[in-house]
Design a protein around this ligand. Structure first.
Ligand code: 5AD
Ligand code: SF4
Length: 443
């Protein structure tokens, strides 16, 4: 029996890719183990969005270097693999397999080569016809499932490696997305999350030609599916019809993650984001004027080359105006191959840190204020688990907020298995900046 271990870094796309890789390996007769020490094949599914993420995998590889001689095979897959290619063999000579996400269809074939004793096997083609649509996905969560709808990215944001690591955009047909969603519903999944680097530029390649708004509207009609989420949106391709679809069908979750990156139009232009601050704010207005209350979250990069103090203040001002429900803030990190690598006037590291901390603090106050408005309201949660330390159930609202709650009737964790995946009503009694807390509401 061949054994493998896999560790995943990075975004939900990567998490889902790993589910596909695991499914493929299990189908080929491999057994998954939970410790790298117990595995014959050790895989790292990597992220290269920032330098820190990339370093993680090289640190891991160093850790287990000595085991390489003992018949253990190491593979690096995902974004660092695609970005670094053959150079990985130089940096970590004990690695035998290097494969980017567009080459996973060839994984069984690559495994055969490894088993035959081949020392170096690569899969680095970004052939657009090789989308990874496998029947062997092994999903981690029995209630919420990821579905890839579009791979790759055709944007050229000046800081971003994704167009290089995941290749050009290619959409799956609407019918194949619907087929996957229906079969998930039949398996008992109630929540689906549609994935893509830029879901808004989804375009059904079949004659039906659905756009993204149409796709979400259609997935929202599948019997048994109670929640549809999607990520990530690009503001440039975000159209009002998406909000209209959310307004019309409560199955479509009232949460949009709309990365702004900066509140300064001149920084946005240098980032090659293809929208101005005003254009972004128009999209925010659509959401604020929607019939349902839509939670809005975002990503921000501080310290992009040339970002002045005044530019940064524009970002803080935008955050105050939008009042995001949550925000991921990153310090700009230089990435290989990207246009911004050539930009002069880098912002000093201490300044980046100071800006990040300042924005974090302001955002914390905004979240505290926003979350406070839920106190006294009843929210439906999808139950995700039980926290032994606090004795509370963990739930998630349609707006993607964590809502921890007590259930006086059911305090015992031995019931967890029967509760996880259910939908319950919870009365919100307390609010913190990052989560809500409450009591099960049974009336
Ligand atoms: N440096 C810092 N943050 C980055 N992101 C993407 N590229 C970089 C980079 N070079 C951030 C963006 C994106 C999120 C996934 O990661 O905010 O939306
Ligand atoms: Fe990381 Fe981007 Fe690759 Fe996701 S697509 S794993 S965030 S580099």
């Amino acid at each position: 029996m061949k054994t493998f271990y896999i560790e995943t870094f990075g975004c939900q796309m990567n998490a889902h890719d790993s589910e596909k890789v695991v499914g493929t390996l299990l189908q080929k007769g491999y057994t998954q183990v939970q410790q790298p020490g117990d595995a014959e094949l050790v895989l790292y599914n990597t992220c290269s969005i920032r330098d820190k993420a990339e370093q993680k995998v090289f640190n891991r590889l160093q850790q287990f270097k000595r085991d390489a001689g003992k018949g253990k095979i190491f593979g690096v897959i995902g974004c660092v693999a695609q970005q670094e290619g053959d150079r990985i063999f130089e940096r970590a000579p004990h690695v035998s397999l290097v494969a980017g996400s567009a080459s996973y269809t060839r994984l069984p074939e690559m495994l055969v080569q490894l088993e035959a004793g081949n020392r170096r096997v690569t899969g680095l083609s970004l052939d657009v016809n090789e989308t990874f649509d496998t029947p062997f996905t092994r999903r981690d969560n029995p209630h919420r499932a990821y579905i890839t709808i579009i791979e790759g990215c055709d944007k050229a944001c000046a800081y971003c490696v994704v167009p290089f690591t995941r290749g050009p955009e290619r959409s799956r047909t609407g019918e194949s997305v619907m087929r996957e969603a229906r079969s998930l519903a039949e398996l008992g999944y109630t929540e689906i999350q549609l994935l893509g680097q830029n879901v808004n530029s989804y375009r059904d390649p079949s004659p039906a030609g659905w756009d993204f708004a149409r796709l979400i509207a259609n997935t929202g009609t599948i019997a048994g599916i109670r929640r549809v989420r999607f990520t990530t949106s690009h503001p440039r391709d975000f159209v009002k019809e998406i909000i209209d679809a959310i307004d019309e069908n409560p199955v479509l979750c009232n949460h949009v993650h709309l990365p702004v990156q900066s509140g300064s139009s001149s920084v946005l232009a240098r980032m090659q984001r293809q929208y101005s601050r005003d254009q972004y704010m128009r999209r925010i207005e659509w959401m604020k004027n929607a019939k349902r209350e839509i939670a809005i979250t975002t990503d921000i990069i501080v310290g992009f080359p040339g970002e002045t103090e005044a530019d940064f203040r524009e970002t803080v001002r935008l955050a105050e105006e939008v009042e995001y429900d949550s925000m991921f803030i990153f310090k700009y990190s230089k990435r290989p191959n990207t246009p911004a690598l050539q930009y002069q006037d880098q912002v000093p590291e201490e300044e980046k840190t100071a800006r990040l901390m300042h924005l974090q603090e302001r955002q914390r106050a905004i979240q505290m204020r926003r979350n406070g408005r839920y106190v006294g309201h009843c929210e439906e949660v999808h139950v995700e688990g039980f926290n032994m330390a606090t004795g509370q159930w963990i739930g998630r609202t349609a707006q993607n907020k964590t809502l921890n709650f007590h259930d006086p009737e059911l305090p015992a964790p031995r019931e967890a298995a029967t509760r996880v995946g259910r939908y319950l009503n919870v009365l919100v009694t307390r609010a913190g900046p990052n989560s809500l807390a409450g009591e099960r509401h049974t009336a």
